[in-house]
Design a protein around this ligand. Structure first.
Ligand SMILES: Cc1cc2nc3c(=O)[nH]c(=O)nc-3n(C[C@H](O)[C@H](O)[C@H](O)COP(=O)(O)OP(=O)(O)OC[C@H]3O[C@@H](n4cnc5c(N)ncnc54)[C@H](O)[C@@H]3O)c2cc1C
Length: 420
């Protein structure tokens, strides 16, 4: 396999890491359009350059193979699953303890990316987890923390009053602080993975939609609205569109419409980054989990401005090409009610609401595997069920392992495609 090295590596560790997000966006999309556009033969094609695809392109390119990433929109964009400034990252994983070894690798890879580019991607705010003792959020977190010796700390009502006065939490709830947790920045991460992939020789095509792919002999043919390509291996990282690209998996990939709000709190300063942590609250009276982030400076993180919160609970099942992006009054009221209930000074007015999509599997665990029926020629990373972004730094490495080595040392057996 031959390395394509058309971008000079003499220009420093990252030409975009310190730029404001809008400039990063322009520079990386310019860089992408300067990569080869007419070449049609590749070692590996990555279908979809979002959260998982950008990281996969990076990990493949750094191993010196000829890789093409095909993205239907710009990189990044607001029409899939990765928009919205921030994504929580935590280790005491309530969903399933088997994720913890992957999380350790994900944390290490985020740190490695920060060192490689000089960018800050992980913000260690700590996360306050709040819920009934027996809730999945709290019981699951304690189980993972105890199995893997992850630091978590019970927080008393008195400590809440002195240290986190922004919250008003009834005594029926447990409150657990996970110090080595916080958020990562999705748009900046996707841009940096893409930039680094290009610098290491990847070709990246934006605004190009993959229409179909098929295997013929030992070759995969990928047809887009612009071109037909051949490759030896295909990695499908198409997010909410994965079911359309892999009809055999579509019944196990349910796309739902999710809403995020940015609001103006009554006391702005109390909710800013450096003062306010990330939080999750499993409300006793409502299904799902409310969660939120501190207010971030938009020059560095991009818009929108305000205190961000959302509800981790499946929204309406939707077609990613026909998503209803208009917020309904009940989309807003469920979030405002939660703010008014748990944050006395948390709400004055709503700035903006945005839509995003989850791609849910039946058990809400990911699919990281070879595609059944295609030997080891097609790999898939899909079904991230609303909690995948934090893993993107390691998912790219896993997909590169599967595509190039036919196996990975990462423990992904529980995420196999054949389990449904
Ligand atoms: C509201 C919300 C909050 C979330 N909060 C968290 C959180 O706090 N922590 C966390 O870890 N995770 C969180 N997640 C989940 C996380 O963001 C997703 O799991 C992750 O972004 C999924 O990545 P992906 O690569 O599968 O999809 P995407 O990032 O959407 O990437 C898929 C890409 O494939 C492209 N594509 C698809 N089809 C084609 C085609 N035919 N041709 C070319 N390109 C194509 C798409 O345009 C897209 O860019 C949240 C998600 C949402 C919606």
């Amino acid at each position: 396999m031959k390395r394509r090295d058309f971008i000079s590596k003499a220009a420093g560790i990252s030409a975009v890491a310190s730029l404001p997000i809008a400039d990063m966006f322009a520079r990386v999309n310019d860089l992408a359009s300067a990569t080869p556009q007419a070449e049609t033969n590749y070692d590996v094609i990555v279908l979809g350059v979002g959260s998982m695809g950008s990281s996969t392109c990076y990990h493949l390119a750094r191993r010196g193979v000829k890789v093409l990433g095909i993205e239907q929109f710009d990189i990044p964009h607001e029409l899939g699953s990765h928009a919205g400034q921030s994504r929580m990252i935590r280790k005491a994983y309530s969903e399933h303890p088997d994720y913890v070894p992957l999380l350790r690798s994900a944390y290490a890879n985020w740190q490695a990316m920060e060192q490689e580019t000089g960018a800050e991607l992980y913000f260690r705010t700590g996360i306050l987890h709040i819920g009934k003792k027996e809730s999945q959020d709290i019981a699951g977190l304690r189980k993972s923390a105890s199995l893997y010796s992850i630091e978590v700390k019970d927080v008393s009502q008195a400590e809440m009053t002195s240290r986190f006065p922004q919250f008003r939490i009834p005594s029926a709830y447990d409150i657990v602080l996970e110090p080595d947790a916080g958020f990562v920045t999705p748009e900046r991460s996707v841009l940096l993975f893409t930039e680094q992939a290009i610098r290491k020789g990847a070709a990246i095509h934006t605004k190009e939609k993959t229409l179909s792919w098929k295997r013929e002999g030992g070759t995969i043919t990928v047809t887009t609205n612009k071109q037909t390509y051949q490759c030896k291996k295909l990695v499908i990282t198409a997010g909410p569109w994965a079911g359309k690209m892999i009809p055999g998996l579509s019944r196990n990939l349910k796309v739902t419409r999710q809403m995020i709000a940015w609001v103006k709190p009554r006391n702005w300063k109390a909710f800013e980054l450096s003062t306010f942590p990330c939080w999750t609250i499993a409300d006793i009276d409502k299904p799902g989990t409310f969660y939120g982030f501190p207010i971030l400076p938009t020059a560095k993180f991009g818009g929108p401005v305000g205190l961000k919160l959302a509800h981790h609970y499946h929204g309406v099942v939707s077609d990613p090409d026909n998503l209803n992006r208009v917020p309904a009054p009940e989309d807003e009221s469920v979030l405002v009610d939660a703010l008014n209930k748990f944050f006395p000074e948390g709400y004055e007015s709503t700035h903006v609401m945005k839509t995003c999509m989850y791609t849910n599997t039946p058990d809400e665990n990911f699919i990281l595997d070879f595609l059944p029926g295609y030997d080891k020629e097609v790999c898939v990373a899909a079904g991230f069920s609303g909690h995948g972004f934090k893993f993107s730094s390691v998912v790219g490495e896993i997909m590169a392992d599967l595509a190039l080595k036919g196996a990975t040392a990462h423990p992904i057996g529980f995420l196999n495609a054949g389990r449904f």
